[in-house]
Design a protein around this ligand. Structure first.
Ligand code: GLN
Length: 467
């Protein structure tokens, strides 16, 4: 991953050339980049002493992570042209590690979506088939890594938004345990779920990137007091037990996904792991539970876009404060964002709070309890498909929000439980990448990365999906 010793201005120029080509090809994965800024990044690293694996490596940043030098729009009209006065902790740490902040990548508006079709700035194309979606909501970052524009990227996970696009695009997507990476400077969506997460073409690349940004941060009180995540490796899986949760292998699983997972299971066995079927009976409630908790938190977090404090301001015809809110929010937010605010406000309202929000919190505890039980019962990691199908066609699910939400069926339970998980490429189905998901117990991020590294080396498909 590291550029050779080290023509940083050359790295900046090459990255610019690749970004230009990606734009010309119509990928629509980038919202902002600037050659002068890239050159300045290269000069900054030249003068720094940063060593380590990220020195001189260009990184794409999902455009809901704030950077003081470029706008941060969250893929929304309401933040068009908005520039943060500070950068996220993750950005400061990438810079301290010598990385070049190369581009801000396209996303579903405020990270709400599973296809990157909900961006106010147009949809992102799948690098292998422009008719298909790259997944979402971090589809821009996933597509840029898959297309070879940048080797690594940051995304954000609330319910699967890094693992799912990684699976669709044939790259690695790594979500840490909740609290291992600071959320300071990640635009809040579902605060009890949000995790900055990483993409790479290999487990090591995604792991080193996570390692660089992880660790406690006094500016985010939900970070846990543990050292940065270390990237470790393992020779084989001898002595480990891998659980296969029955609920994640339904009879109607897409045949290409089922075949890729069968091969992955065989590979895991060949590496010396014991494989055991287990049950996570409450995972079937993960999508409905997530789509109560998430909109509730989103509705609260998005109240700040009021036309006064941030971004766009529209003065309504009546000229009073209510008209300002109505006009600003009515024109600034797209349909999916409005839907979440409506659902979230409803489930938190006095008459429905007990029936929906409190119930969802209780089910969330049951979902997390299932994982705890299997991990206490001798299972070291779980293996599942990342998504129920390979990348779907653009437009296929945009008219039916519930079908779109079901694209997250294998990722949301993990998010509700706050666990670390990774999607690694596990082969192809009709030419489209399929991802396998590994899930580890809370704060076993190191073991997750080590196991994923061994499995990656053993399964078909490889990590390279370049054009
Ligand atoms: N697709 C899920 C949603 O729309 C997950 C989003 C995410 O992880 N940011 O909420």
């Amino acid at each position: 991953m590291t550029a050779s010793a080290l023509d940083l201005q050359g790295v900046a120029r090459d990255t610019g050339a690749r970004l230009t080509r990606a734009e010309r090809d119509g990928l629509n994965a980038v919202l902002h980049w600037d050659q002068a800024l890239l050159d300045a990044e290269a000069s900054r690293v030249e003068q720094s002493r940063a060593g380590g694996p990220l020195r001189g490596v260009p990184v794409a940043i999902k455009d809901n992570i704030v950077t003081a030098e470029q706008p941060t729009t969250c893929g929304s009209k309401i933040l068009e042209g908005y520039c943060s006065p500070y950068s996220a902790t993750a950005i400061d740490r990438l810079r301290a590690a010598g990385a070049l902040i190369a581009a801000k990548s396209n996303l579903d508006e405020f990270a709400m979506g599973s296809s990157t079709e909900h961006s106010a700035y147009g949809r992102v194309r799948h690098p292998l088939d422009p008719e298909r979606v790259p997944g979402g909501s971090s589809g821009g970052s996933a597509a840029l890594v898959a297309a070879g524009v940048v080797p690594i990227a940051l995304g954000s996970e609330t319910g699967g938004s890094v693992r799912q696009p990684a699976s669709f695009c044939g790259v690695v997507g790594l979500k840490p345990s909740y609290g291992r990476v600071s959320r300071f400077g990640l635009v809040a969506f579902g605060s009890s779920l949000d995790c900055i997460s990483t993409f790479g073409r290999t487990v090591r690349d995604a792991g080193e990137t996570l390692s660089a940004i992880s660790g406690p941060d006094p500016r985010d009180a939900t970070t846990v007091d543990r050292p940065p995540i270390a990237v470790e490796s393992m020779a084989d899986l001898a002595g480990l037990t891998i659980g296969l949760p029955a609920e994640y292998f339904p009879a109607d699983l897409h045949p290409g996904v089922a075949a890729a997972l069968r091969e992955t299971i065989e590979a895991v066995k060949a590496l010396g792991a014991r494989v055991r079927e287990v049950s996570l009976p409450h995972s079937k409630y993960a999508v409905p539970t997530y789509y109560i908790v998430n909109p509730a938190e989103a509705a609260a977090n998005l109240a700040r876009y009021d036309g006064v404090r941030y971004g766009q301001r529209r003065i309504g015809p009546e000229g009073d404060i209510r008209a300002l809110y109505r006009a600003t929010r009515g024109s600034g937010f797209g349909p999916e964002v409005r839907r979440r605010i409506l659902v979230g406000t409803y489930v938190l309202s006095a008459g429905y709070y007990e029936a929906y929000y409190r119930k969802a919190q209780q089910v969330r505890a049951l979902i997390a309890g299932d994982f705890e039980r299997v991990f206490c019962d001798g299972v070291d990691l779980l293996l599942t498909p990342t998504t129920p199908t390979p990348a779907f066609r653009a437009g296929e699910k945009t008219d039916d929000p519930v079908t779109m939400y079901l694209a997250d069926i294998f990722t949301t339970a993990v998010s509700l439980a706050g666990l670390p998980a990774i999607s690694i490429p596990a082969g192809r189905s009709d030419g489209l990448p399929v991802g396998a998901q590994l899930i580890a117990p809370l704060h076993r991020d190191e073991r997750l990365i080590a196991v994923a590294g061994v499995v990656e080396g053993a399964i078909a498909g490889g990590a390279e999906v370049r054009r």
